[in-house]
Design a protein around this ligand. Structure first.
Ligand code: OAD
Length: 255
């Protein structure tokens, strides 16, 4: 058995021994579905677009049509994408945990809906969901999806207060849903095994979740081809694409 295989074997043992498993994902898990990440040089969205002009409440106040068009472009990109073997492996992990009466939580920073599309059910969307719209004034969720808006038409409005509808995602300078963040920290604290997958671990408060889990005694595993600020602190760092390594990690479970 080579070193990599024995590491995978040890992680499989941790999974089998764990009572509560929490997974945090970021844009990297969807990279193999063809969705650009944010901070990587060249392909990263924030190397091509200025977040100040597109992903802040101020940007929406100043140019709501531009912001809606940009999110509509991203929603179309995501709609055409398919979950990849990494997303599907996490469905297997959830099913395995259910069968073994282990607690399982999947916390995602992604707004692309691909975990739900793959079949994961225990998903907390920290940064919202790109397909949903909500009112920019009263905050009420809309039943209309972003893809139903035609960018040649006028901007959609709230049926209750008439305010403009906006993507139901968290922008820079905004707070996450208190309920979602409280449940996420609770999941991190209660876990004895914590995976951080495909995230640069730079954006708070999500970036604080692995440390919270570690402090409460969890074994930390990072899956990311690149080093991150977390890499030195984790118990295992697997420097591979998620779509390659996750199926290898989970296919032996229950067998
Ligand atoms: P980033 O773009 O900051 O980081 C993506 C990470 O994925 C990088 O560390 C890559 O090395 C890694 N990666 C790339 N391909 C991978 C693969 N195939 N398998 C595993 N890892 C891979 O994205 P996030 O950390 O998700 O927020 O960014 C966090 C938040 O910043 C986003 O949710 C978004 C952004 O601004 C909002 O929009 C509120």
């Amino acid at each position: 058995m080579n070193e990599q295989e024995s590491e995978i074997r040890r992680i499989t043992n941790h999974i089998e021994d764990a009572h509560s498993i929490t997974v945090l994902t970021g844009a990297g898990i969807s990279a193999e579905s063809g969705i650009p990440t944010f901070r990587e040089a060249q392909q990263g969205l924030w190397s091509r677009y200025n977040p100040e002009e597109l992903a802040t409440p101020r940007a929406f106040r100043q140019n709501p049509h531009l912001v809606m068009e940009w999110y509509r472009w991203r929603a179309d990109l995501v709609q055409r994408a398919e979950p990849n073997p990494g997303h599907l492996a996490l469905v297997n992990l959830e099913e395995y945990c259910q069968g073994q009466q282990k607690e399982f939580h999947l916390l995602t920073q992604n707004v692309d809906n691909l975990h739900l599309q793959a079949g994961s059910t225990q998903v907390l969307e920290l940064h919202g969901n790109i397909h949903r719209l909500k009112c920019s004034q009263c905050g009420k969720p809309s039943s209309m999806s972003l893809s139903a808006w035609d960018p040649d038409e006028q901007l959609p409005a709230c049926s209750t207060c008439g305010g403009l509808l906006r993507p139901d995602v968290v922008w820079f300078g905004e707070n996450l849903s208190t309920e979602v963040i409280n449940r996420s920290f609770q999941a991190a604290r209660s876990s004895d095994l914590f995976f951080t997958i495909g995230t640069s671990a730079l954006v708070q408060p999500a970036a604080a979740l692995p440390a919270e889990a570690k402090q409460a005694g969890a074994v930390l595993i990072e899956i990311n081809p690149q080093q991150t600020p977390l890499s030195q602190k984790v118990d295992y760092q697997l420097p591979f694409p998620a779509g390659e390594v996750l199926p290898r990690l989970f296919h032996r479970l229950g067998g």
